[in-house]
Design a protein around this ligand. Structure first.
Ligand code: C5P
Length: 288
């Protein structure tokens, strides 16, 4: 069987519109209930045939990537190859546009893109459920990142309910440049909302905003204890009169504000970036 063609995959930023944490499970993970969307900013992964497994990274956040042993893209390639019984041969080149360890799933999105691309490159006959199990073994967010569409996430991250006809949103994403460790944030968690929020179809933007105003990110308090700059980021987003819901995504430190229009988001992003030239600030649109 011949190999697939070289491919460029988009690995979009993941945003947790809310994130409610439930019980700690016997496997050490927590039950989650989260509404997840994906933005039009992200990393880019180029995959091509190669004689061995090679990885290189460029882009603004490439210098912040960890060493090869904890590189999720390489782990994705090795895990998939082992599972399929093929040699892990590929050239992978990542343009790292998203801040690392920042609550918007950059590493998870990169790993999911690697799984999707390598499945095609190696012509693997792997069922979606198998790919999802491999994804989950790499990280709780990786199965969601395989889908890249609005979804509700439950369990440790393995239960995924797609949200069809979900409204597209104009957001501003802001990261203060501080990397946060997800296990460390979870270890400081004190208040848990629980995981039984109602499942709604959310076709209507106003209904969605109303629901988001009643929800929260349980990881925001422990993340703020580790990274006080999150308060400044939230204040900067809240001080814009056209922002609606403002909160942190994932285990932080990236926060988002929801705006009425792309223009409002663009103006707010420009103002925040002017005042904080060392912060990462992007006006984005999420997929509907
Ligand atoms: O799966 P992932 O590597 O992203 O998880 C990192 C850490 O975050 C876990 O080791 C665990 O401490 C915490 N976590 C959790 N419950 C989840 C997801 C992550 O406690 N559902």
């Amino acid at each position: 069987m011949g190999l697939g063609a070289p491919e460029t995959l988009f690995a979009p930023a993941k945003i947790n519109l809310y994130l409610h944490v439930g019980e700690k499970r016997p496997d050490g993970y927590h039950e989650l209930d989260s509404l997840v969307v994906f933005a039009d900013v992200g990393d880019e992964l180029r995959i091509a045939d190669g004689e061995r497994l090679q990885f290189r990274a460029d882009g603004p956040f490439a210098p912040k990537l960890g060493n090869d042993t904890d590189n999720l893209v390489l782990r994705a390639a090795e895990t998939l190859a082992r599972h399929a019984g093929v040699a892990p041969n590929a050239h992978m080149a990542l343009t790292k546009n998203l801040p690392v360890a920042s609550g918007i799933g950059g590493g998870s999105a990169d790993a999911a893109a690697a799984l999707r691309g390598l499945k095609r490159l190696w012509n693997l006959d792997i069922a979606d459920a198998e790919l999802k199990a491999i994804a989950l073994s790499l990280g709780a967010d990786v199965p969601a990142c395989l889908l890249c569409e609005p979804l509700r996430l439950e369990g440790r991250g393995e239960t995924i309910v797609p949200m069809p006809d979900f409204p597209s949103l104009d957001l501003v994403l802001v990261n203060p440049g501080v990397a946060l460790s997800t296990p460390e944030v979870f270890s400081r968690l004190e208040t848990r909302t629980g995981t039984n929020s109602p499942i709604r179809p959310f076709h209507d933007r106003n209904a969605l905003i109303a629901q988001l105003e009643r929800s929260t990110n349980d990881l925001e308090a422990p993340a703020k204890a580790l990274c006080p700059q999150i308060r400044e980021v939230i204040d900067a987003l809240c001080s814009d009169p056209s922002s609606y819901v403002v909160r942190m995504s994932g285990s932080g430190a990236t926060c988002f504000g929801i705006f009425d229009s792309a223009e409002d988001a663009r103006v707010a992003a420009a103002t925040i970036a002017d005042a904080h030239p060392d912060w990462w600030v992007r006006a984005v649109k999420t997929g509907g």
